[in-house]
Unconditional design. Structure first.
Length: 208
């Protein structure tokens, strides 16, 4: 904990230390509850890095991250979304399947960043759990039908549509309703955001 309080301590280095010695994990989990912001957020970042590089050593604590989805702290919530996505390749007990509805309910969140994290993780989740690809695809297609709001403007929505296209591209070979996805992407050829339009063009060039 004293190391994490130091400004010069890097989460990357500490994540490597913990992966070498998993006995340090309880301290990192305790760090999430710290009142010291440096300790709290470095601990969370360390867990995210570990989930990317060695998800198996965190899998037994997956419920911890599911509970963290209810955190009032957005940063912790975003990290929990990412960690859960990273743990799906080792989800031998199908824990994610049981909390699918909760996870994808965040696509209706008032925060564009929260929605973005779910979209960014959806491709890897679909690749890890091919039996859920149809459900995931249906959730992502809803992005287009969502009406702009006070918090999610049309420009925000255009960015999210681009992220959905990238997600589809990660697991396109496993998509059943390919025609529906292709139609979705073709409509983005007329998107007013150039970056999203470009993503649509590249997707169609590759897959259509």
């Amino acid at each position: 904990m004293k190391e994490l309080e130091k400004e010069e301590t890097k989460a990357e280095d500490e994540a490597e230390n913990v992966m070498k010695d998993p006995n340090l994990l309880p301290e990192i989990f305790d760090g999430i509850s710290s009142e010291n912001p440096s300790v709290k957020f470095k601990s969370a970042k360390i867990l995210r890095i570990i989930s990317e590089r060695n998800p198996q050593i965190l899998y037994s604590r997956m419920d911890f991250f599911v509970n963290l989805l209810d955190s009032e702290n957005n940063i912790l919530k975003w990290i929990a979304i990412d960690v859960i996505g990273n743990l799906t390749p080792v989800d031998s007990e199908n824990k994610f399947d049981k909390m699918f509805k909760k996870y994808y309910s965040f696509l209706s969140d008032e925060s564009m960043i929260t929605i973005s994290h779910v979209l960014d993780d959806s491709g890897k989740i679909a690749k890890a759990k091919p039996h859920l690809t149809k459900k995931i695809t249906n959730e992502l297609l809803k992005i287009e039908r969502a009406a702009p709001s006070t918090h999610i403007t049309q420009e925000c929505k255009n960015i999210l549509l681009g992220k959905a296209i990238l997600a589809f591209g990660m697991y396109y070979d496993k998509i059943e309703n390919k025609d529906e996805v292709i139609s979705f992407v073709k409509r983005q050829l007329h998107n007013t955001r150039n970056a999203t339009k470009t993503k649509a063009e590249k997707f169609l060039k590759k897959f259509a």
